[in-house]
Structure formats: structure tokens, C-alpha cells
Design a protein around this ligand. Structure first.
Ligand code: HPA
Length: 264
């Protein structure tokens, strides 16, 4: 049987990316910076998500990103689309199957810090899984008991911090709290999130971090802040706001990634 790995290896025509990047809202444009690109739509690869969220494309782009062989995933599956926290597992297994060892995750998030406003970038240092779910539900082996004490790779984080310094790009650091979505949080939930130690909230990434560690991939993640969280301003939150504001921080995160990628 032809597997997604077989198809991808053939389409890559000798390219051997070692770094995978998952592009969240505001970062999709990064695929245009890939030199000598091969573009593969998720639809060609069994097990890849059928991404239905506006602002998420559903395409793999492999080639050189600022001199480093990478494979970018423009578009991800979210837990809130179907209630399956493991929806990204087949795709991440395929990346691992073609030799990817390092995974850089990005997302859009709401900030709990008034001093970390829209357009900010936050390096995720740790997370809180508040979804009640886990991508490893149903995994029958003892491998499911994944340690997450040092989930976010120290070397990758150092490379990201150094890149931020070098490019003069402000980079916040903090704890990301995963809410299932798709509804936004309530002001009471945001007050709770602050009490338990979160700095940003969002609807993705944590399942991918858990899966990455399960698969033995090194992983790091950054959030692009699109808004202050629920109840922190007078207004209501919306997906439109997320899409409108993501490019602001996205451009900053892109500057960091261009510089950091060689140090992963
Ligand atoms: N909450 C959850 N997810 C988000 C937010 C938010 O405020 N902003 C962007 N993604």
C-alpha cells in the first residue's frame, strides 16, 4: 500500500527537511519565502487534516528557508473542529517518517498581560492543558505516559531568544493555556487563567506539543498576540479580529524565525 510517507518522499524529490514548521494565523505568508519550493496540498496525503478554518490553507511547502531545509505546514487541525485532539497525529507522524526531527509551532493567542498587547510575540515556556482532552487518549502503549517536564526544547528556545535579540524584535515569554474553543473564553475564565499562572490563551498547539514529545521530536512554540483576552477591554472578541491582527505580530515572528532557523 502506498503510504503518505511514500507519496511525500516521492514529491520531495530528494529534499530532506529536518525542521518542520506549523504556521498559525498571520504566518501563512512565510511559505512564499521558501526557495526551490515543492508544494503539496493536504488532500494528496492520506491522514492529513481537511482544514476548514478560514485563514488556514491546508498545504505543505518544502524547500530552503533562509538556507535551512524545512517543511512548512500551512494550516492545522484544531480540536474544536471535530473534538479529536489527535487530529494532527497522522501528519506529525508523516513528518517524522520523512526524517523531520525538530518542530516549530506557531499560533495566534489572546494575551492576559496588558503590557503584551496585539502585535506582540510570546515564546511559550510551558503550558496548561485546560481542554480536558489529550491527543493520546486511546493510545494503547506505555509510550502514552509522555513526560512534559521539559517539553519546550531549551536549545530551540535559546535560538529564538538570540534571534529576537539580534533582530531587535521584542519577545515576551510565558505560559500558554489551551482552551478547547471554538467559543472564546469568558471574563471569569480569563480571571481564573491569570490566577493559575497563564500569560496567554489559545485553541491550538498544546496537542501538537504533546504529540511531538510522544514522537520524540524536539519542539518549540511561539504565539502571535492578536488581542487582549476576554473582559480586558470593553469590546467583544471575534475570529475576524484574530485574522485582522495576526499579520502584525506575524511579521515580527517571521523576522525571529528567519534568524533562528539556522540555530535549531
Ligand atoms: N482566546 C483564544 N484563542 C485566541 C484568542 C483568544 O482570546 N485570540 C486568538 N486566539
Amino acid at each position: 500500500m502506498t503510504t503518505a510517507v511514500d507519496i511525500l518522499v516521492e514529491r520531495l524529490a530528494g529534499r530532506t527537511p529536518k525542521v518542520g514548521l506549523v504556521l498559525g494565523s498571520g504566518l501563512g505568508g512565510l511559505v512564499d519565502e521558501v526557495k526551490n519550493p515543492v508544494r503539496i496540498s493536504y488532500g494528496e496525503l492520506p491522514g492529513f487534516p481537511k482544514s476548514g478554518v478560514t485563514g488556514h490553507a491546508g498545504e505543505l511547502v518544502a524547500g530552503d528557508f533562509n538556507g535551512t531545509p524545512v517543511i512548512m505546514m500551512a494550516g492545522r487541525a484544531h480540536y474544536y473542529e471535530h473534538g479529536n485532539a489527535g487530529a494532527m497525529r497522522p501528519a506529525l507522524e508523516v513528518l517524522q517518517g520523512i526524517g523531520v526531527e525538530t518542530l516549530m509551532l506557531t499560533n495566534a493567542a489572546g494575551s492576559l498581560e496588558p503590557t503584551m498587547g496585539p502585535g506582540s510575540v510570546m515564546l511559550i515556556t510551558d503550558h496548561i492543558n485546560f481542554s480536558g482532552s489529550n491527543p493520546l487518549f486511546g493510545e494503547p502503549t506505555d509510550k502514552r505516559f509522555v513526560g512534559l517536564t521539559q517539553a519546550y526544547d531549551a536549545e530551540m528556545r535559546a535560538a529564538l531568544e538570540a534571534a529576537a535579540q539580534k533582530t531587535g524584535t521584542p519577545l515576551h515569554k510565558g505560559v500558554y493555556m489551551w482552551f478547547s474553543g471554538p467559543s472564546f473564553e469568558t471574563p471569569a475564565e480569563i480571571r481564573m487563567a491569570r490566577i493559575v499562572g497563564a500569560n496567554a490563551v489559545g485553541m491550538s498547539t498544546v496537542p501538537e506539543v504533546i504529540l511531538a514529545r510522544f514522537l520524540g521530536l524536539r519542539v518549540a512554540a511561539c504565539s502571535v498576540i492578536t488581542n487582549l483576552a476576554a473582559g480586558m477591554t470593553g469590546g467583544e472578541l471575534s475570529h475576524q479580529e484574530t485574522k485582522d491582527m495576526a499579520p502584525l505580530g506575524g511579521a515580527r515572528l517571521a523576522a525571529i524565525l528567519r534568524e533562528a532557523i539556522g540555530g535549531f
